[in-house]
Design a protein around this ligand. Sequence first.
Ligand code: ADP
Ligand code: MG
Length: 469
Amino acid sequence: MDDQLHLGEDENMLALRRAWDRAMHTLANRVNKPSFESWFKSMKPVSFDGERVTLGAPSPFACEWVSKRYGSLVREVLSQHLGKTVEVTIVHVPPEKRPLLGEPPPEPPASAHKEATTVVEPEPPPFEKPVLNPKYTFENFVVGNSNRLAQAGAMSVARAPGQSYNPLFIYGGAGLGKTHLMHAIGHYVLQAHPRLRVAYLSGETFAQQYITALREHRIEAFRQKYRNVDVWLVDDIQFIAGKEHTKEEFFHTFNTLYQMGRQVVFASDRPPRELHTMDDRLRSRFEAGLIADIAPPEFETRVAILQKRAQIEGIQVPDQVLYHIAYAVEGNVRTLEGVLISIAARASVHGKPITLQLASEVLSRHYVDEKQVHAIPSEQAVLQAVCQRFGLTTQDILGDQRSREVLMARQIAMYLLREKAQLPLQQIGQMFGKNHSTVLHAYNRVKTSLNKDKELSSIIYDLNTVLGN
Ligand code: ADP
Ligand code: MG
């Protein structure tokens, strides 16, 4: 047998291949010959992280069948040969390792039909189509310098899933079109390759579903669901950072899909290197694919986006008005479109044409709303946010404890009370029973470390988001 490390293989994988060879001998003695020939012979080891093994079966049917009937046997035998208890997941791996790309799925082996005369064949699990916004297509996406790379990457991945950039990682600020591009990939793949299984979900959904599955002892079903997809689109993955179990599971799912050559696309509000709490293994994998950022659109792109949107909504808007909006609203396409829609709505309610004056009115109104969103947070809000982030109580932070964590939380609270809540140093000092120079010291320390200390900047970033900025 092949006992050498293969290219790109780690020690775990080598151990798994060896153990699997021996396990096959044991299995051959423990199940009847037709079953062994039909099911086990064509299975292959896919990945092993030291605790969890993934095996590949050549059809969804074989995968389901072996999991249901022989799952615990396989786990027992494999654990025995690996010398430790492992979990085993069986996934569908098409024989030539590539995604199906529209080919019909392979037939179950001939002897399967024989067996099926005595047992009812399970249907392969039906695959739920993802729910995608019908407006978020490539046709409706306006390309400019700010998003050109991300759009090209998305398009290339959609045309040939698993065969161009893998993984594709798109990042950028809120409202710049990340979700739009993810859905566009989904639409395109479902149309061009109807047999491919596409899953779209957010990091938050992944985390929630995983926790629910754990609680309800449905981990196996959860794994089957996401490890059997051809195109895995995960939006807002920053919400996965920091939660240990979930991160582990996420990494393992990603790894399994990646090793099988399935297409993976991630979107996040920050680049991989700033997903501080994200595992290094995961980050370096991200960096192996294409990382594309989306910047706020330039003026021309903003105008083009507005034109496109007006056209989609079937509303007539004078160019001058479009320019005016594009000039006034920078940074967030969602806001940009929101302004256009509210102008159109007001015009239609009052039966008036869309004029520059109406646009100005709505814009100034809109800005009032914007300001309210970014209202100055209260001292209570700041303290609460910091407590929550560190898992501490207000007494911990305001008291005298001197553990590293409490000290850090306290300094960050002081900094934010000054920076965000805009309280005078004196008043902050009183809250903590310290003099104003201690507060100033803490404030300066956080401020100067901000761009150097990754952990700190990530915390401040998260807190700013919570505090509405
Ligand atoms: P993100 O996920 O980055 O927060 P979204 O994808 O939700 O942003 O985009 C916000 C809104 O802006 C959506 O309605 C989307 O269709 C629109 N949008 C963003 N970028 C573009 C673009 N380049 N062309 C057309 N519409 C865009
Ligand atoms: Mg989004």
